[in-house]
Every structure is written in structure tokens, then in C-alpha cells.
Design a protein around this ligand. Sequence first.
Ligand SMILES: *Cc1c(COP(=O)(O)O)cnc(C)c1O
Length: 361
Amino acid sequence: MERVLNFGAGPAMLPPEVLVQAAAEMLDWHGSGLSVMEMAHRGEEFGTILAAAERDLRSLLGIPEHYHVLFLQGGATLQFAMVPLNLLRGGSGADCVLTGEWSRKAAQEAEKFGVVRVAASQAHEGLRRIPAQAQWRLDGGADYVHLCANETIAGVEFNWVPDTGAVPLVADMSSNFLSRSVDVARYGLIYAGAQKNVGPAGLTIVIVREDLVGHVRAGTATLLDYAAYARERSMVNTPPTFAIYIAGLVFQWLQRSGGVPGIEARNIEKAALAYGAIDASQGFYRSAVAPADRSRMNVPFTLANPALDAAFLAGARERGMVQLAGHRSVGGMRASLYNAMPVSGARRLSDYMRAFAARHG
Ligand SMILES: *Cc1c(COP(=O)(O)O)cnc(C)c1O
């Protein structure tokens, strides 16, 4: 069996070691005689799995004790609603920073629940970039500031943390979660859908400061209230047990891989390989992102001659590299280089890009 290198933006590739372990434990988890899928969610075995996943995630990110770690469902998209439902508390509303599709969608959804201001927005002409904080218009009375730490489609990533004073900072980290060191204490709330960098679709992780929980607007469904999950240790109802188990295996794999600093070093190396091929191509490949704001996780690029797109993708597939076509809204190419993509995979892509440009340039 030959595994391909999956450059898709999500659901994304998982470390083969994790899949092998899950396969070995599929019929009989640790002598229980059960698959994790068949376990009672409130039973002792699954309790062990859930507790280990939370403990390992806390240690990987150095999550302070006064933050809850919640395992939810509904994807990052449900957080676009849960964040305003739980955090809007009669202040002057939400300040949103718009840097691409995902932060825009989050702001649009929040508008259903309260006042949303655009605190900053990326320029529409020229290179895509993260607006410098000097250009932001923040309201000191806002209930929170929302940003998307890594725009999966636009390919722009924050490599700094804005100063929002006493106003809680909320970040959608779906596509760069656990890819780089994060000072959790700078944030009020962090959320991430699992299927980009953590595990299977169906699980969403929320890390939230304790004092921000317990203020959900009246009339909100229990399953949309962070406090219920915090109180019930993510078991308000049946949690996505198998997805949590796989996420836990990924956390263990990260610990064996040098933790977040170890994976971050490799992610820097991988991004340098991909952008290196773009920059060395003398315009054969183009990136629309300002170099300082280039995403390490998602590398969108176009071929100057789009008539070569199909040949580029076919050649990549022949070499075992799949899902390189860009998002349907922007076209071109996109190479996602999440944690599970090995350095050798990024090197194979970079070598192929250079050879393809030499042949067709
Ligand atoms: C994929 C993605 C989402 C949407 O995630 P779902 O789990 O499909 O709801 C939101 N934000 C970012 C940054 C993403 O990459």
C-alpha cells in the first residue's frame, strides 16, 4: 500500500503512526475487549481517554489552570455563534478584525446576536496582509475582539499577538492550532476545529478563561452554553468519543515529536521549502501574500500561466501528491502543510515545483 501526501486544507492528513495505533486498537482497546467507538462515554475506560487528552493538551500548550478546555461539536462554524452568545454581555459589542473569508464569516454570524464593528480590515488592493495594530480602531468598551489567527483560504497568518488591553481576545485557530507556540494567557478564548491539525472532523476544541464562562444570553440552548460543558467536563451529552480518542493519540505523537517547539521548527522548515520554490521561480509561481504575513500552514499560489494548472496537478498526482488545487473561490493552487506533513513531503513538493518551472518556464 502506498500512502499519498495529502496537501488538502481539511480534513487533512494524520500522522501514519497515529493511524497504525488506532488500527491496532480498533477491536480491543487496551484489553477492554471493546473498540473506543463502542465504549460508554461515562464509563471508566473512556474517562481515562478523555482525561489523558485534556492533560496532554494542557501540557503541550502550557494552558493555565484558570482556563477550561472543552471538547465540543459543530465545527469552528458553530463557534462563530457560540462566541457572541456567550461573550456579548451588554458592553459595546464585538470588535472584529477582517483578514479573509473565515474572519468575515465569523463577523457575519456574530451580527445576528449583537453589535459588530470592523476594527480593521485588510486592504483590498495589492498584497494580502495582516493590518498593523496601529491601524486598528478598537473600542475599549467592547465585550471582545475577534480575529482569525490563520486564514486558511487567503493564506495570511498572525505572527504576533495584538494588545487588546482588558478586552478579551478571541481567536479562531482552526488551521494553525498546535503548529506554533501560543501564550494562552494573552487570549480570552481560543477555538479550533480538529480536522485541520488535530484529528478527525466532528470535534472542536475551545480553551476559555474561567471568568468568561457563565454569562450566556437568556434563552440559549444548553448545548450552546460553555458553562454546561465546563460543569460536565465536556459530557453534557454524548461527546464525539472516537474523535477525542484520535486527538489524544495526536497529542501523544506531538509529545514524542518534541512538543510544540519541535513541530514549530519543522513547520518553519516546511514553509521555507514551499515559499522558496515560489520565490526562486522568477514569477512562474505567484504568491499574493505579503512575505511577513505568509501562512506557514496554507500556501496559496498561482501559476502565471493558468493553462498549465492541469498539467501541474497531474504531475503532482503522479508523484503521490494530492489535493493541491486551490479553494474553489480563488482557484490556483494551495499547499497545506499541517503538522502531519513531514519535512520530506514539503521537500518533494518544492523539488517538483522547481523542476516543473524549469521545464515549462
Ligand atoms: C475550516 C475552518 C473553519 C470552518 O470549520 P468547520 O469545522 O467546517 O466549521 C473556520 N475557520 C477556519 C480558520 C478554518 O480553517
